[in-house]
Design a protein around this ligand. Structure first.
Ligand SMILES: Nc1ncnc2c1ncn2[C@@H]1O[C@H](COP(=O)(O)OP(=O)(O)OP(=O)(O)O)[C@@H](O)[C@H]1O
Ligand SMILES: [Mg+2]
Length: 299
């Protein structure tokens, strides 16, 4: 039994959630029950995702002189050119820059998917270059959640299977996997789509599954590479709001590459990168932007 307040007559109503009509004034309580249910899910998820690691380093990511040169035969491409950046724990950081400026390369370095040609990347003050292959795999599995522009879900798996897959690598039991998978899918609003395969979901829903999957092992950092790039304005905004909600309620650090101006509105800082270098860094409060314009237009 749970207690609700009837929005029409103010009566306090006790219901199991099955009876959804106020016994006094007969108002429809389905909205109130659904809202309470969602609030409960968010509280449970925030608890689950809360960063209770013993680490108290102010900066969750630091890079020093981060450089990546790709060699293709005789041709060298300097994709990253000495990037120094400190990212605070719990920050929402957007990385903006033209195509080819080095955003994805930077992500690959932080995410441990590629190694720098020179310079260093520290996660929780640990130099990633010092990690053994095993430690690096552990870090990729537990510390970082990834979201991609093209969702990258496994087509033959259901939403629930996609979300629980990373939990297998982290050694979760099947009961834990089911419980956490369901909670995360509920958190992203897909409680009715647990057994749908990606092809049976809309683009926005697929990206929601990808967000839930990124959260599978309670990461401290989410790396999102153009998460709204393949979504329409409205759906993109929903994903941005979802990431912001996670950032505020669970304290997960969000680092997102984007061309989407709506993302700026929720970011603490915006790092502009060009030709593999940081061009400038803006803080949200320093940017004069008309929020109304951001909601409706995309560049
Ligand atoms: N594996 C690779 N081999 C060779 N060159 C590469 C490789 N990956 C990236 N590059 C080059 O490095 C530069 C930076 O690429 P990167 O993918 O980081 O850009 P980006 O900012 O993510 O661009 P976009 O906005 O189009 O995604 C580009 O000039 C690209 O051609
Ligand atoms: Mg890219």
């Amino acid at each position: 039994m749970a207690k609700y307040v009837c929005p029409r007559c103010g009566e306090s109503v006790e219901t199991s959630g099955i009876v959804t009509v106020c016994p006094s004034c007969h108002a429809d309580l389905r909205g109130v029950v659904a809202e309470e249910q969602h609030a409960r899910t968010r509280r449970a998820a925030a608890e689950l995702l809360r960063d209770d690691s013993v680490t108290t380093h102010e900066y969750i990511v630091r890079t020093r002189g981060l450089t990546r040169i790709y060699r293709m035969g005789d041709v060298e491409v300097s994709a990253l050119n000495g990037v120094d950046l400190d990212i605070r724990r719990g920050e929402y950081l957007s990385i903006m820059g033209p195509s080819g400026s080095g955003k994805s390369t930077f992500f690959n370095m932080i995410g441990g998917l590629d190694k720098p040609t020179a310079g260093s990347c520290y996660i929780n003050e640990t130099d990633m270059a010092q990690l053994s292959a095993h430690e690096l795999a552990w870090q990729r599995c537990h510390t970082i959640g990834y979201i991609f522009q093209t969702f990258n879900l496994i087509p033959v798996m259901t939403a629930l299977e996609n979300v629980t897959l990373p939990m297998i690598f982290a050694g979760a039991t099947s009961d834990e996997m089911l419980e956490r998978g369901r909670l995360l899918l509920e958190l992203v609003g897909l409680e009715g789509r647990l057994h749908h395969k990606p092809s049976e979901l809309s683009g926005g829903q697929q990206q929601r599954v990808a967000v839930a999957r990124a959260l599978a092992n309670q990461p401290a950092i989410i790396l999102a590479d153009e998460p709204t790039g393949n979504l329409d304005l409205h759906t993109g905004k929903e994903i941005i709001d979802l990431l912001k909600e996670l950032n505020v309620e669970s304290g997960v650090t969000i680092i997102s590459a984007t061309h989407d101006l709506k993302m700026i509105d929720v970011s603490d800082r915006i790092v502009h990168i060009r030709d593999g270098k940081i061009e400038r860094i803006e803080r949200r409060e320093d940017i004069e932007l008309e929020v109304g314009t951001l909601g409706g237009e995309q560049q």
